[in-house]
Design a binder for this molecule. Structure first.
Ligand code: SF4
Ligand code: SF4
Length: 156
């Protein structure tokens, strides 16, 4: 008797499973977000944290003063700021300028602390996600572009 009861329970469970699958297949097709990547584009949401980036404008200027607040805020040393002092042509005073804003993507936990700490909003979340490389060193990036400088309107 137990043998037939087990068969009955098994068939009933199977039918229940098929019922759920069928219901999803018929009713939820519009909500399916699976895509045939990389042939199809993946939809990226605004809040997605892909990597820390430093936006530059059309004049190749950014908002980074080299204050190091992001470097200090980062809990695991993902950011290194290499800076210099130059003499400001307008004021004649010495001024801190950024040389390299180095970001080790392979170490980043996407915690946002650097972005929140930045007083000039010089760094933001970028949505790039295709980070696979064969050489780990390629995940170390310099966020300020070659030849770029801090925007004159940005206050230290
Ligand atoms: S997101 Fe977090 S771990 Fe990544 S660089 Fe910023 S502070 Fe460091
Ligand atoms: S990115 Fe922001 S916090 Fe980091 S050094 Fe530049 S200005 Fe300072």
């Amino acid at each position: 008797m137990k043998y037939f009861l087990d068969i009955y329970k098994g068939v009933k469970t199977l039918i229940n499973g098929f019922r759920v699958t069928h219901k999803y297949f018929i009713n939820a097709r519009k909500e399916i977000i699976t895509v045939q990547y990389p042939e199809e584009k993946v939809q990226i949401f605004d809040r997605f944290k892909g990597e820390v980036i430093m936006p530059h404008d059309e004049k190749n200027e950014h908002a980074c003063t080299g204050c190091q607040a992001c470097e200090i805020a980062c809990p695991n040393g993902t950011i290194e700021i290499i800076w210099n002092r130059i003499v400001d042509a307008e004021t004649g005073k010495k001024k801190k300028v950024i040389d390299k804003h180095i970001y080790h993507l392979s170490m980043c936990t996407m915690c946002s602390q650097c972005i929140e700490a930045c007083p000039t909003d010089a760094i933001v979340w970028g949505q790039g996600f295709e980070h696979s490389v064969t050489d780990r060193s390629e995940l170390t990036k310099v966020l300020n572009k070659p030849g770029s400088k801090v925007r004159a309107s940005v206050k230290e």
